[in-house]
Design a protein around this ligand. Structure first.
Ligand code: COI
Length: 331
């Protein structure tokens, strides 16, 4: 049995190398992404590891079948960008890492909200200009706010716990409610109800084609004036154009975006000294009340270690037993 891993960063390397040594299984580490151009490199390997940040079309799974790759193990949660039907049709099992560290993402969401509520970016700029006055940037306390959590899987639930710790009132919406939270009466019955009540809206749901631009013009119209929006989930959930309009009109007081709908050409790339070719993103970057981060909510030592080890163990399990706990169910 031998594996090949793509998109491997320096911070992941020691975890790969230790696992490989301990399990006596060869793992070839490749820094480049898995693309049509690098696909040939998988020949001769039983398992391929990658990150969801790329796109994995049918042609890739057809190639896997031809060269005997049994398992495609992604080192993250989301399976968007993967042609799962093609994986199934070509007999390749896909595994993910459903819970590498829900807290990593939940904590980051709250961190970003706190920065918006207390205007820390604005104060940092003011201090750089030696303007040490307070007004007019008075902050808000979480215990005076209603936080609307959309998506109550592991990450949403971790966020709910943290928000409750700060004394916020938390409401939630999920197409598939969690029975324990339901018993606690946290759920509202619709997106519209959540939009109408929440001072803060935080997204913790996967992206599906049906949810593309869920947060768009119509949704903004139903929200409270001065709402805060936090997205550490997927960029496609927000219509960026509509968000810019809502920020300019003051409907949205601030937004923290760790994901962006056209992020793949930007995030985790070194574009220093280069012109940003995406005008929408450029405009977003110019907004004082928008915090942009390059999809780093997951990026903690705990999460990185778990992502590497769990994905490797999944690939090994598929090769040895024909299945793993983390096999993605494909309908
Ligand atoms: C995920 O786990 O789905 C993430 O968004 C993390 C990222 C490295 C792809």
């Amino acid at each position: 049995m031998k594996f090949i891993a793509f998109n491997v960063r320096q911070d992941e390397q020691p975890y790969f190398e230790n696992w490989s040594r301990q399990n006596q299984i060869e793992v070839k580490l490749v820094a480049d992404a898995l693309t049509a151009a690098s696909l040939k490199q998988v020949d001769g390997y039983d398992g391929v590891l990658a990150l969801q940040t790329g796109s994995y079309p049918a042609a890739m799974f057809e190639h896997f079948k031809r060269c005997g790759v049994k398992v495609f193990a992604i080192r993250n949660v989301g399976t968007d960008n993967i042609d799962l039907a093609a994986a199934k049709a070509n007999g390749v099992l896909v595994t993910n890492v459903p819970a590498y560290s829900p807290n990593a993402i939940a904590e980051f969401s709250v961190t970003q909200l706190m920065q918006l509520l207390r205007n820390t970016t604005i104060f940092r700029q003011k201090i750089a200009e030696q303007d040490f006055r307070w007004a007019p940037h008075v902050g808000k306390e979480l215990r005076s706010l209603t936080v609307g959590v959309i998506g109550t899987g592991r990450i949403g639930r971790a966020a709910i716990d943290i928000y409750r710790g700060f004394g916020a009132k938390v409401i939630a919406y999920d197409l598939y409610p969690n029975p324990q939270l339901q018993a606690e009466g946290i759920y509202v019955d619709s997106y519209d109800e959540l939009f109408a009540q929440a001072d803060v809206i935080t997204l913790h749901m996967p992206a599906t084609a049906a949810d593309r631009h869920l947060i768009g013009e119509k949704a903004f119209a139903k929200m409270k004036a001065g709402v805060y929006l936090i997205n550490t989930a997927r960029g496609t959930l927000i219509d960026t154009k509509a968000l810019l309009a809502a920020l300019k009109s003051g409907k949205v007081a601030g937004a923290a975006l760790d994901t962006y709908e056209n992020e793949s050409a930007l995030f985790n790339h070194d574009l220093r000294g280069q012109e940003i070719k995406d005008p929408l993103f450029k405009e977003l970057m110019q907004q004082q009340n928008v915090l942009i981060t390059p999809h780093i909510a997951f990026y903690t030592t705990t999460a990185v270690e778990n992502m590497v080890l769990i994905s490797l163990n999944s690939a090994k399990s598929v090769c040895e037993k024909g299945t793993a706990d983390t096999v993605v169910k494909i309908r």
